[in-house]
Design a protein around this ligand. Structure first.
Ligand SMILES: NC(=O)c1ccc[n+]([C@@H]2O[C@H](COP(=O)([O-])OP(=O)(O)OC[C@H]3O[C@@H](n4cnc5c(N)ncnc54)[C@H](OP(=O)(O)O)[C@@H]3O)[C@@H](O)[C@H]2O)c1
Length: 347
């Protein structure tokens, strides 16, 4: 049977919590892909920052690499062929049809945007879970993908694998989103709801870091940059606006927010870090900040790592998407669902 299967070559730029969870999910769904698409995959390249990179056009031994552990491993010993001196070299030589970009988030969008551009120019489809490059370079990257006849997909940038972009594009035809709001950052929501119960800011942050949910630099969560990048992507991809992360009015949370959180609880109210986008004339405005909410507000019921997005539309009125306590497995599913979307869409 294997001989009849078509092959697709995949490359992973970034092999941390998300990249590894995605590789595990690919292994679990291998038979499903055989049945659904008559397709088999192989990973022909993996690149990291501190653990080297490996290319093998015959397919890297995914299971063995995953078993090699996370900390003290080097990909060098799996590499076949001429040495690769940079990520640009890696992208050109990896022989992949699709690049999965999961390097670390930076509000500047770099260096990931450079890698994504390089891959699109080289004719690879690109799937990313990295908000930075999508938020900062949304128009130029989507245009470049169109020009090159490849796809650029980013479902995992907002609410992990919960369908946000796919939901609107595929199931809400001719719909105008008037405004949207929600809780889009798991780390800060966890800290806020733990502080309601008396936990310290530090202890709550340490927990989310241990779960692999916090950004590599947690200041990007706490200062609201992660949520700002997400609202910027929603504005550009779903509302036709142009607001980049630096255009979003942004206020994060701090140790001091704990006092406000406990005072709000005493009045039977809740503090949440709320992301909003709304139309003002021809512009779409975005803002992030802690808000004190009535107890019956749907956002007040969102606790722990959970997220919510409420779309105010001209067809379905208010529509809410809730993601309950996501883990890194749900982000991996976003990459997988983008891969499936890419295979289903006509090229
Ligand atoms: N974790 C989540 O739940 C989640 C949810 C949604 C979206 N995301 C996004 O997904 C991305 C990855 O998150 P993660 O949790 O997997 O992060 P992570 O565990 O810190 O892994 C990041 C990976 O990227 C590699 N890397 C960093 N800079 C690189 C560079 N310049 N070139 C090549 N590789 C580079 C790192 O290499 P080393 O291994 O050598 O350090 C590591 O393998 C981030 O953009 C994040 O915002 C994460």
């Amino acid at each position: 049977m294997t001989e009849d299967l078509q092959q697709i070559n995949l490359a992973l730029l970034g092999f941390g919590s998300v990249g590894r969870a995605f590789a595990r999910l690919l292994l679990l769904r291998r038979d499903w892909m055989h049945r659904e698409f008559g397709l088999d995959w192989k990973i022909t390249g993996i690149a990291t920052q501190n653990h080297s990179m490996a290319i093998d056009h015959n397919g890297l031994p995914t299971m063995r690499i995953l078993r090699a552990g996370k900390r003290d491993f080097s990909l060098d010993r799996f590499h076949q062929g001429p040495a690769c001196s940079s990520n640009t070299d890696f992208i050109r030589q990896c022989g992949a049809d699709v690049l999965f970009e999961t390097s670390v988030f930076d509000p500047s969008g770099e260096p990931a945007a450079t890698y994504i551009r390089e891959a699109l120019r080289a004719g690879l489809h690109v799937v990313t879970a990295n908000k930075g490059p999508v938020a900062v370079h949304f128009r130029s990257l989507t245009r470049l993908a169109r020009q090159r006849g490849v796809q650029f997909l980013y479902e995992g940038t907002v609410m992990d694998g919960a369908p946000v972009f796919n939901l609107v594009r595929q199931t809400l035809p001719s719909t105008r989103i008037r405004s949207l709001h929600g809780i889009l950052n798991s780390t800060t929501n966890y800290i806020l709801t733990q502080m309601e119960q008396g936990a310290t800011f530090e202890a709550a942050l340490r927990y989310v870091q241990k779960q692999g949910i916090a950004e590599a630099n947690p200041a990007f969560d706490i200062d609201g940059w992660d949520a700002a990048a997400k609202i910027s992507i929603l504005i550009q991809a779903l509302m036709g606006g142009t607001a980049k992360p630096e255009d979003i009015k942004r206020e994060g949370i701090s140790e001091n927010t704990g006092r406000l959180v406990r005072a709000a609880v005493r009045r039977d109210r809740r503090i949440r870090l709320v992301a909003r986008a709304y139309r003002k004339g021809r512009k779409v405005i975005g803002k992030i900040g802690p808000e004190e909410l009535e107890i019956f507000d749907p956002l007040a019921a969102i606790r722990g790592l959970s997220n919510i997005l409420i779309l105010n539309t001209d067809t379905m009125r208010e529509l809410a998407i809730i993601e309950n306590n996501p883990t890194v497995e749900q982000t991996a599913f976003a990459l997988f669902s983008d891969l499936v979307a890419l295979l289903r869409r006509p090229q």
